[in-house]
Ligand binder design. Structure first.
Ligand code: NAD
Ligand code: IPM
Ligand code: MN
Length: 355
């Protein structure tokens, strides 16, 4: 089967890590004869913006629509304000294609030291499930006035439909994967409307999954507690902004941004392609130096394979990444190693071929 993949390497380390992911996917299609990919490269992002004044061509979503999945590195460039880059490419894809689930799993792999030294390897295994299409990211508001009188309004949109479907997905995911607990994170003591509705719907949905333990936490306490007691978390479901913040935090307690993958998709409707990008950004501080860890992008390719129904290939890629980490030989600087981005990709290809 040939999967049509739109590849948007994007900016900064995005281009460096995506090429390693593609290398692994091409290796998998040599191993599995029925697994083929057609990769179409789209040079969209900040360079494109500097030349054409926009992040993607007009009708960009029309172009993307026909693909089975979109594999993106990262966007963001110090020369362009972040709200322009992100509202010009990344967010229109998630919103426009109604990819309401943001799935962001992290595991403390064998071979990786947690900054929390009393935690043993493999003892942290958290999936952050992010509402991707509304909440605090709704592009509603405005800035008016001048000087001292400047005023901004930034509104959040929380709909019953949006809240209910993401919480239901979190519980179904927990049930399907044999996970035991779902934690919902809000700030309903201060955000009295959207978050109060969220808490109420969480209770309603939870009652349909009596075998799964539930917990409702405030975002400040949750941040504190993920660091204090990361083993206490299993599936976390939260609004667009809170899950964004939590997914950097969960990445951090499991070895950093270089290991955290992400997937955005609509589990009910595959009319539009799923969108796959690591949790990290374009990391301008290390871009262009071969220092970026490509494992987040490679584990992101694994999530894309799962989405495409290629479970066997996805599992193999996951095992290969795990083996690279537990061998502790070929690793990038963020993990205390000296290897370059492409050497880690090559090592994972070597392991794939050795299976
Ligand atoms: P970032 O995730 O790019 O970097 C944060 C820190 O983590 C940096 O010190 C960086 O060097 C390190 N890091 C990130 N990925 C790494 C990797 N693979 N290997 C080793 N180290 C890694 O976050 P930031 O600096 O806040 O954002 C930079 C730009 O990226 C901004 O323009 C931001 O808007 C954008 N951004 C884009 C995405 C995306 O496209 N999906 C996600 C987050 C941020
Ligand atoms: C992420 C990023 C994006 C987000 C930004 C860059 C808009 O931080 O994918 O985690 O919050 O959606
Ligand atoms: Mn983020």
């Amino acid at each position: 089967m040939t999967h049509q993949i739109a590849v948007i390497p994007g900016d900064g380390i995005g281009t460096e890590v995506i090429s390693e992911g593609i290398k692994c996917l091409k290796t998998l299609s040599e191993i599995f004869k029925n697994l083929q990919f057609q990769f179409d490269y789209l040079p969209w992002g900040s360079e494109y913006h500097l030349r054409h004044g926009r992040m993607m061509p007009e009708g960009g979503l029309e172009i993307l629509k026909s693909f089975d999945a979109i594999y993106l590195g990262a966007v963001g460039d110090p020369r362009i304000p972040d709200d322009i880059t992100l509202h010009g490419l990344l967010l229109p894809i998630k919103f426009g294609f109604d990819l309401y689930v943001g799935l962001r799993p992290v595991t403390l792999f064998k071979g990786i030291e947690s900054p929390l030294t009393h935690i043993l390897q493999e003892e942290i295994d958290i999936v952050v499930i992010r509402e991707n299409t509304e909440g605090e990211y709704s592009n509603v508001g405005g800035i008016s006035g001048i000087g001292e009188g400047e005023l901004a309004i930034q509104s959040g949109i929380f709909t019953r439909k949006g809240i209910e479907r993401i919480i239901t997905f979190a519980f179904q995911y927990a049930r399907e994967k044999g996970r035991k607990k779902v934690t919902s994170v809000t700030k309903s003591n201060a955000q009295r409307y959207g978050m109060v509705l969220w808490d109420r719907i969480f209770k309603e949905v939870a009652s349909r999954f009596p075998e799964i333990k539930t917990e409702s936490k405030l975002i400040d306490a949750a941040c504190m507690d993920v660091v204090r007691n990361p083993k206490g978390y299993d599936v976390i479901v939260a609004s667009n902004l809170f899950a964004d913040i939590l997914s950097d935090l969960t990445a951090s307690v499991t070895g950093g941004m270089g290991l955290a993958p992400g997937a955005s998709f609509n589990p009910k409707d595959k009319t539009y392609p799923g969108f796959f990008d690591p949790v990290h950004g374009s990391a301008p501080d290390i871009a262009g130096k071969g220092l970026a860890n490509p494992i987040a992008a490679i584990l992101t390719a694994k999530l894309m394979l799962d989405y495409l129904g290629e479970k066997e290939a996805g599992d193999l890629l996951y095992q290969a990444a795990k083996q690279n980490l537990s061998e502790k030989k070929v690793r990038t600087m963020d993990l205390g190693g000296h290897s370059r981005t492409n050497e880690v990709g090559d090592d994972i290809v070597r392991i794939l071929r050795s299976f």
